[in-house]
Design a protein around this ligand. Structure first.
Ligand code: NCD
Length: 320
């Protein structure tokens, strides 16, 4: 694997390999000394043109726990705010000799373009409304753990409802690709205005009736209402959105008790998810965050690990 751009590029075996490796990596989280030497001498740059809390910090922690040098560059506070183009920024960072760039950008497709400009491995950390492959991997990791504990199975044959602002969601797109590859069924639930055009060609079931779907599914993934990407009125009022598509307390009670609830964060509490659902015993929201570090460690290791140890030239040899 040279880059990680789309969840659709991964075969079932590759996904399982990453999730298994992430299971091993997760042991580091429980150790007092959280450091493996695997990526010593490798440099990872986080290049974030959109806001982020968990994705950026978990890539940073993942790189650091593998002993890579990690540098963060965000649009605010860099030459991007002086009008520098994506190409110039990326080529400038690339010229410093970095091994991997983790890129979040508001333009769908940006990480693909970047692969043509630099030699580094490129990881897509969210491109516009298009894809977010490490989010889908961490969701699969979280759900696989849940089903293994529940009945020893994995994701094959499970039905996952993805609910909410599908139109603007790169999380939904990457999850559909990854879950289908793993043999799960996906039901997308959204108001017609937040269902993407061409949805009939996706390998999913579609519903506008959340109450009918909930009792029948094995997992529920709520999506954030992405108001920053909305220009017009996609729903009459927030209150009406919640009434039809929010995971409210009565809907929480309509789920089978062992049905896990996921949300990629950040959550709009009281809009797409109630506080009761977000904090329920069946909520895996914080497990997802923890999984993010393990999965990103596994992905960074897949892309950058296995390189030959650099020969160490001792100072006295250089000076002799
Ligand atoms: C998601 C994103 O940025 O696409 N968040 C995340 O990465 N945890 C989802 C969102 O912003 O709603």
């Amino acid at each position: 694997m040279r880059h990680l751009l789309s969840a659709g590029d991964l075969s079932a075996d590759e996904i399982t390999g990453i999730l298994d490796l992430a299971e091993e990596m997760s042991a580091v989280q429980d150790r007092p000394v959280k450091k493996l030497p695997a990526l010593r001498g490798r440099t990872v740059v986080n290049l974030f043109f959109e806001d982020s809390t968990r994705t950026r910090s978990s890539f940073e922690i993942a790189g650091k726990w593998l002993s890579a040098d990690v540098i963060n560059i965000s649009a605010k506070g860099s030459a991007v705010s002086k009008g520098e183009s994506l190409r110039d920024t990326v080529m400038t960072v690339g010229a410093m000799g970095v091994d991997a760039m983790v890129i979040r950008h508001m333009a769908s497709g940006a990480p693909w373009q970047v692969t043509g400009w630099v030699d580094a491995s490129i990881l897509n950390a969210g491109d516009g409304t298009h894809e977010h492959p490490t989010q889908a991997l961490l969701d699969a990791f979280t759900l696989r753990r849940h089903f293994r504990r529940l009945d020893g199975g994995d994701l094959t044959g499970r039905t996952v409802a993805i609910v909410g602002d599908v139109t603007h969601s790169r999380v939904a797109r990457s999850n559909v690709l990854l879950l289908r590859t793993l043999g799960a069924k996906v039901v997308l639930v959204a108001p017609p205005t937040l269902m993407p055009a061409g949805i009939e060609t996706w390998p999913v079931a579609v519903s506008h009736d959340l109450d009918a779907v909930l009792p029948a599914v094995d997992a529920v993934m709520m999506l954030r209402v992405q108001r920053e990407r909305m220009s017009g009125g996609y729903f009459p009022t927030p209150r009406e959105y919640t009434i039809s598509y929010g995971l409210t307390r009565p809907r929480l009670e309509s789920l089978r008790p062992d049905t896990p609830i996921c949300h990629p964060g950040p959550m709009n509490r009281g809009l797409e998810i109630s506080a009761e659902a977000a904090d329920a015993a069946s909520s895996l929201v914080l497990d997802q965050v923890a999984a993010g570090v393990s999965v990103r460690m596994a992905v960074l290791y897949e892309l950058l690990g296995g390189a030959e140890e650099m020969p160490v030239t001792r100072a006295h040899e250089v000076l002799a």
